[in-house]
Design a protein around this ligand. Structure first.
Ligand SMILES: [Zn+2]
Ligand SMILES: [Zn+2]
Length: 255
């Protein structure tokens, strides 16, 4: 349980006050994972089978592209992933594998005019893609790891006084992670512990939502000429912080 690969990031995330320690953990893990898939994973045949099979969601492809460090690596991943998916789609559409055909006129193999076959092919491709687009190697790794992090948070909360004080003195969570924390507390903690944990969490969350709302409110008041000389206090970045708090979208306010 007290696996250091999970405890160290959790402890560190709570040592630095922020608007959502789970967003910080998520960002750290996603960055590590992006670098992993663009680096060491490339040379591992079983990882390539995995990335060809599951691919990446738009968000994580975007992160890989943004690193700009290994365009060749990304190209290799994308090339074999597309090859694999195109082969599957051809099969679903009823086309024989490319090598055996020579030409590409083979789609629906001589079924010209048979509208139902093309509809079936299109529907098959759509059904496959609907399921496929929910897959992503990094999303999958992330979900598993976030659950372990939350496990560690619960464990430390009830066993480590210093951690509990940090947790209780925190600035709350984005609403997305607040929801996840409450959900996991419901399924992973005994009812007595749930009570203790959730009462502290709910109070903290409400206080901190109000704090940011006050800052957003002061931001709007600063537009009044009578407040022009007043200090900004914490309100300069209140808009992106408020939007991030409400949605859990870490990219809001980034360039
Ligand atoms: Zn968050
Ligand atoms: Zn993803």
């Amino acid at each position: 349980m007290q696996d250091t690969i999970y405890t160290i990031p959790v402890t560190e995330a709570y040592e630095t006050p922020c608007e959502c320690p789970l967003c910080a953990l998520e960002a750290r893990f996603e960055n590590d994972r992006v670098n992993y898939y663009l680096g060491p994973s490339l040379m591992e045949p079983e990882n390539r089978i995995d990335t060809n099979d599951n691919g990446f969601c738009g968000k994580h492809f975007k992160m890989m592209y943004k690193t700009q460090t290994n365009r060749l690596g990304l190209g290799l991943i994308l090339d074999t992933y597309m090859t694999e998916q195109i082969n599957r789609l051809r099969k679903i559409a009823g086309e024989k594998p490319k090598e055996q055909e020579g030409a590409k006129k083979s789609l629906f193999g001589g079924l010209k005019g048979k509208g139902k076959d093309s509809q079936r092919a299109a529907q098959g491709m759509r059904d496959y893609w609907e399921k496929h687009s929910e897959k992503c190697c990094i999303c999958r790794d992330l979900e598993k790891t976030m659950d372990r992090y939350i496990d560690v948070i619960f464990h430390l909360y009830f066993s480590n006084k210093e951690f509990r004080e940090r947790f209780d003195g925190g600035q709350g969570y984005c609403m997305r992670h607040f929801d996840i924390l409450c959900d996991r507390a419901g399924s992973m903690l005994s009812s007595g512990r749930q009570d203790a944990f959730l009462s502290a969490l709910v109070a903290q969350q409400l206080d901190n939502l109000s704090r940011i709302q006050d800052e957003v409110n002061w931001f709007t008041k600063k537009f009044d000429y009578r407040n022009a000389q007043e200090p900004w206090k914490n309100s300069r970045d209140a808009l992106p912080r408020g939007m991030r708090k409400m949605t859990g979208d870490r990219e809001i306010g980034e360039n």
